[in-house]
Design a protein around this ligand. Sequence first.
Ligand code: ADQ
Length: 472
Amino acid sequence: MSRLIVISNRVNPPEDSAVGTTGGLAMALSAALREYTGVWFGWSGHTTETFTGQLSMQRIGGVTVALMDLEEQDRQEYYNGYANRTLWPLFHFRMDLAQYDRSFSEGYERVNMRFAETVLPLIEPDDLIWVQDYHLIPLARELRRRGVKNRIGFFLHIPWPARRLFTILPGHDHLVEAILDYDLIGFQTEDSRESFTDYIVHIAGGTLEPDGTVNLNGKQSKVGAFPIGIDAAEFAHAIESERARGVYDKMTESRAGRDMIVGVDRLDYSKGLEDRFLAYEELLTKNPELHEKIFLLQIATPSRDEVEAYQEIRAKLDMVSGRINGAFSTIEWVPIRYVNRSYRRDELAGIYRAARVGLVTPHRDGMNLVAKEYVAAQDSANPGVLVLSEFAGAAAQMKDALIVNPFSREEVADAVRRALSMPLAERRQRWESLMHGVQQHDVTAWRDSFVTALLATPEPQFETEAASRPAA
Ligand code: ADQ
């Protein structure tokens, strides 16, 4: 078996899988790597005055990690800049929030070179290299420039935007040219895969072969959809733990017979939290008989708080939840419990299980693992109902959820109403089918299908030594 070198922006495996960490990519990768020989390489999250290129190797939670520090300018231009102010909003269809600044793209190129230079000594000839997410699109090009001949795969955790939207990005053609240095390009959904190949064929003038190979300007890559899943076995274990049961009991007591609706998200504008609150307000306005009978627990962990759009959404959510609570609360009832902190995974498992409805309504989401965790945590004898946005990648697989348009408050409110009164037989039927999918398409299946497809790509070809090492 080849070693797997996984490369991502941040490397933050949880020390203990029961504790976990906030963020889908970290949870998925640590689970994927636990059973593999290999290294997980990336940024430590720390900055130094000048870039040293030094590697610090550690073993965390059963995974070997190699960390490097960046400079403060890198954090600002590459991470807070190009990654989180340019690509993230644009790829989540928020062209109104995307910012374009040459210093951001220069920082992005520079940091990708730094990743390539620093990881180079770790790479052995038979290693498979697997690069993760939008922070590192040009990394294969930088590695090829430095003579790396290994198979290199790329997986995008977020959506790929519709082709006309993508052309808004200054330098979009260069970014796509760089992505074609990967042997395999993986997306979460067929929809994202199609948006990408549409661009290749209709905008860039390339071709798409029936086996999913794209050709453009003499470069060739295989393209496919590899929907990510959760570590279903680990989650099943978490739900049985004493801590999960303790939290479940505590929640049951604090619900005091009311039905709980739960949302768990990173605090991000793509997650549709404001519209979720407004849909819940609509539900309360239209159904006075539900007052004091239900409540919404929204857990939203702050993230990327150096970026203004995140400060703004946080302030907005404080305001909207406060307004709704002010309007509807009684001395005995608060309609929204809004919590800005993170929880251990086993605690989350207990919280999900105590909720009658899982409310997952992102405006756009690559996949959304919370939808899968909610299903995995349910009691088979009395499962809750998942209400899921049609714009989460997960909706393509989880057809037995109540699928909603998150932009329509009325539609979301109606779905929650329906979920709250759904008969047990229908709840069980839907849950069984959803649970089957969550177990079948778990994180191990995701990893294995990607690695198998990467191994099946044609051996990378290099005409001459000079061609594989053009000047940087
Ligand atoms: P994220 O945008 O981070 O991931 P998601 O897939 O929902 O979104 O994963 C979030 C993870 O963080 C879940 O495992 C969840 O349990 C955890 N989490 C969230 N809030 C938490 C809290 N308050 N306390 C503890 N844990 C918390 C990106 C993409 C997604 C894609 C994943 C994986 O945006 O679309 O599904 O990567 O590819």
